[in-house]
Design a protein around this ligand. Structure first.
Ligand SMILES: O=c1ccn([C@@H]2O[C@H](COP(=O)(O)O)[C@@H](O)[C@H]2O)c(=O)[nH]1
Length: 231
């Protein structure tokens, strides 16, 4: 089933049953789904396979961050699961990202998109200062984006707030943006947020949306509202 929208719904649940119950209310023509650390740690590859069997393309969001060989082998394992997208932290460095790219290239065109996580959307300037980085998030994102492009990655995880500048400098990188909040929804722990329409306008290629859909009284209706907002 090919998906007609840029929406990726984050299935952040403590069990496969809960994730599959939500997926059962969603249409794979209207969204892709994301399996992250909580769900994968509890349910493993089986939940990915169950979602694929229901027609969903899966973004395996495990944000690998380790030495080059370990990370590349983890990316290879993800590719063997047949996921649509996989990611690593850009702060693992150029050699680590290049090793991941190389291991996927050996698979030919039937490989997942390889995406680099820049600065988490939950972080703002003060959080970076706590890490010893006396810069605005945009500056750090741009620095990591340059490395990701050099390593041959397909795209970045960033905030939609950085999308316009990233598209201007790195037009070929696909931008995957969490921190999406429809007007009126809770910010939760996110800091660098935009609405779905603002994110698309800024240049996001994919919008990752979790709680505003997964915790809605009617998730299918919440998804339909985002689809309608995007026109
Ligand atoms: O910088 C990042 C990277 C990943 N995420 C993930 O996206 C979803 C967002 O969920 P919401 O409920 O819409 O906040 C979540 O799975 C995160 O792990 C991110 O938010 N920011």
């Amino acid at each position: 089933m090919s998906c007609k929208t840029p929406i990726i719904v984050a299935l952040d649940f403590p069990s496969a049953d809960a994730a599959l119950a939500l997926a059962g209310q969603l249409d794979p023509a209207l969204c892709r789904v994301k399996v992250g650390k909580e769900l994968f740690t509890r349910s493993g590859p089986a939940v990915v396979e169950a979602l694929q069997a229901r027609g969903f393309e899966v973004f395996l969001d495990l944000k690998f961050h380790d030495i080059p060989n370990t990370t590349a082998m983890a990316v290879k394992a993800a590719a063997e699961l047949g996921v649509w997208m996989v990611n690593v932290h850009c702060s693992g460095g150029l050699r680590m990202m290049a090793a991941c790219r190389e291991v996927l290239e050996r698979r030919g065109p039937a490989r997942p998109l390889l995406i680099g996580v820049t600065v988490l959307t939950s972080m703002e300037r003060d959080d970076l200062a706590g890490l010893g980085l006396d810069v605005e998030p945009l500056q750090q994102v741009l620095r990591l984006a340059g490395l990701a492009q050099q390593a041959g990655l397909d795209g970045l995880v960033c905030s939609a707030r950085e999308a316009a500048e990233l598209k201007r400098r790195y037009a070929s990188l696909q931008l995957v943006t969490p921190g999406i909040r429809p007007a009126g929804s809770a910010q939760d722990d996110q800091r660098r947020i935009l609405t779905p329409a603002q994110a698309l306008e800024a240049g996001s290629d994919y919008l990752v949306i979790g709680r505003p859909i997964s915790q809605a009284a009617d998730p299918a209706e919440a998804l339909a509202a985002v689809v309608a907002e995007l026109g």
